[in-house]
Design a protein around this ligand. Structure first.
Ligand SMILES: [Zn+2]
Length: 196
């Protein structure tokens, strides 16, 4: 169960200030529409903003007694480092290494941080959910117990296998099916098509 959290509005102010968050009308490859577009490449470039987002994500999982925070990508790892740091007690961090064939692998000498451990999966932005889903399978395969999935924003389904996906910015910027999109209903602005 996730703890109730409310997003600190100054995080959004920071994101806008550093031009990491743009408001408008966007259509993602997942088929969803949203009023927000995050700059995936620069999202974690500012450590101060990254640490505050990491704290907010950690707070959402404070009651889950997480042993290890695991990230499927280097982008997720930058955020996961902060999430692990702010867990009480502090959690360990594991991230996957991209392989030449496109798969991601967790190094053998990290497996003890997964076997029989309580795991939180963290990525920066989740669009189709495919990456984190494969990673979830791998963690399960290694004997880890996944307690939840957290990201800054999720543009796809709200659940993954049996896990709830917590998107820090999703309450403020929901990802709508096109037929439910209030921005489509509202006006005549076609959504800007986003490549991912
Ligand atoms: Zn729309």
């Amino acid at each position: 169960m996730l703890a109730q959290t409310s997003l600190d509005p100054s995080i959004v102010t920071n994101l806008k200030q550093y031009k990491l968050l743009r408001e408008g009308h966007f259509s993602y490859r997942s088929g969803r529409h949203s009023a927000a577009l995050l700059d995936r490449d620069r999202l974690l470039a500012d450590p101060q903003v990254a640490s505050r987002m990491g704290y907010a994500l950690a707070k959402a999982f404070f009651t889950s007694k997480i042993d290890t925070v695991a990230a499927p990508s280097i982008w997720g790892a930058g955020l996961a480092q902060w999430v692990a740091y702010f867990m009480e007690p502090r959690a360990k961090l594991v991230y996957a290494t991209p392989m030449p064939d496109g798969a991601r692998r967790i190094a053998d000498n990290l497996h003890d941080l997964i076997v029989d451990q309580r795991i939180l999966l963290i990525d920066n932005v989740m669009i189709s959910g495919e990456t984190i889903q494969r990673f979830d399978n791998e963690i399960h395969g290694l004997g880890g117990e996944v307690l939840g999935v957290g990201c800054l924003w999720a543009g796809a389904e709200k659940s993954l296998h049996a896990h709830d996906v917590f998107g820090l910015l999703n309450d403020l910027y929901p990802a709508y099916l096109p037929q439910d999109c209030p921005i489509c209903k509202d006006g005549d602005d076609d959504p800007e098509v986003i490549a991912y």
